[in-house]
Every structure is written in structure tokens, then in C-alpha cells.
Write a protein that binds this ligand. Structure first.
Ligand code: ADP
Length: 193
């Protein structure tokens, strides 16, 4: 079974940044649900439906998201015992159940940023740099923070507490990475081939 390392955290907490760095480890792959959704082309029949949710900062319906997610990992063609660094799934209890069907979760990271102002600053900066439609308005940003609080944060409790490590994410990228790597180093069931 594929093995999963989950990254939880508010929008702007740095899940994508850290996921990309971790993907450089042998046998590791970064799977970012937001990137999968944003890579849909307008010609794709799912595009309009998915984007209408993304633009508002709402969760895209579970069946659509999980189908895209599983299709993506099938197409990755990775070894059956690879490690997936998963950023953006699960975001609610139904997604927790669907993910468990295919991926054994071996580690859970919560990237904590206590200062909401810092998150909002990061998202505004990202809007300028990348032009993401869901970063463009403060109302949509606030809504995404609320969706995280209401639906996603509680998913963390679905996993055994011993799998969870809280990471201070309001540190420089390098220090956040070091904290994650240190915790992963203590995970006995990670082996490199
Ligand atoms: P962030 O976590 O920084 O908001 P993402 O790129 O992970 O950014 O997600 C962007 C948007 O994509 C979300 O606001 C949501 O609309 C959609 N999305 C991403 N992952 C999921 C998911 N697992 N379920 C439903 N919608 C999702």
C-alpha cells in the first residue's frame, strides 16, 4: 500500500513549499490537491464546476476531488511502497475515509501559524506573484481560513496522536524544513531504497 505523510495547516502556512522540498527525498512524491485542480485546462469538462468552488474559496465536492486525486496518483506510476507527501487532502471527514482506502498514513504534520495577519500577508504576496484567483480578494481569503477551521482542522484528530507532530510554521522555510526532517528521521518505518 502507498504510504502517506500528511501536511495540514491554514492556507499560507507553507504546505506547498515544504511538500516540494520533501519530494526531493528518494521514493517521495509531492501530491498537492490545489495544484491538481489548478492544472485542469478550460477544455476539461470538469473545469467549470471545479473552478466555481475554487474561486469562492469553497471545498470542491468530495467525489470530484477524490476521483482527481486517485487518478493523479495512478498516473504518477510510483512504486507501490512509495511515500506520498500529501498537501490538501483530506479536508473533511469524508475525504479521510476515502484516503484511507488507498493510502496508509504514517505521519501527520500540522504547520501552525498563530498570527493570522502573517498568513494574510503571505497570501496577498502570493496573489501578486502567482495571480491565483483564490488569493485575490480578502473576503475569499477570510472564507478559506474559516473553511479550514470549520472542516479541515478536525480531520487531524482522525489519526492516532502518536503520528502527529506540530511544527512552528512562522519560521524561515529552512527552519520549518529542519523541524519536519528531524521528526521524519525519528519515524522508524521510513526506509530508503
Ligand atoms: P490553500 O490550502 O493554500 O488554500 P490549495 O492550493 O491547497 O490552497 O487549495 C486551493 C483551493 O482548491 C481550495 O480553497 C479549494 O477550493 C480547492 N481544494 C483543494 N484541495 C481540496 C480538497 N481536498 N477538497 C476540496 N477542495 C479542495
Amino acid at each position: 500500500m502507498l504510504r502517506g505523510i500528511l501536511l495540514f495547516g491554514y492556507p499560507g502556512s507553507g504546505k506547498g513549499t515544504q511538500g516540494k522540498i520533501l519530494a526531493a527525498l528518494p521514493g517521495f512524491h509531492h501530491v498537492a490537491m490545489g495544484d491538481i485542480l489548478r492544472s485542469l485546462v478550460p477544455e476539461n469538462p470538469l473545469y467549470d464546476r471545479a473552478m466555481s468552488y475554487v474561486r469562492r474559496g469553497d471545498l470542491v465536492p468530495d467525489d470530484l476531488v477524490m476521483d482527481l486525486f486517485f487518478r493523479y496518483i495512478d498516473e504518477l506510476g510510483c512504486a507501490p511502497d512509495a511515500y506520498l507527501v500529501i498537501d490538501g487532502v483530506p479536508r473533511n471527514a469524508r475525504q479521510v475515509a476515502r484516503l484511507n482506502e488507498r493510502v496508509a498514513i504514517i505521519r501527520v504534520f500540522k504547520l501552525s501559524v498563530y498570527d493570522e495577519g502573517l498568513l494574510i500577508e503571505r497570501l496577498r504576496k502570493r496573489a501578486r506573484a502567482q495571480g491565483r484567483p483564490d488569493d485575490a480578494s480578502d473576503d475569499v481569503i477570510q472564507h478559506r481560513l474559516q473553511v479550514y477551521r470549520q472542516e479541515t482542522e478536525s480531520c487531524i484528530r482522525s489519526y492516532p496522536g502518536m503520528l502527529l507532530t506540530r511544527i512552528q510554521a512562522n519560521q524561515p522555510i529552512f527552519d520549518v524544513h529542519l523541524d519536519i526532517i528531524q521528526a521524519l528521521g525519528k519515524t522508524r518505518n521510513i526506509t530508503f531504497r
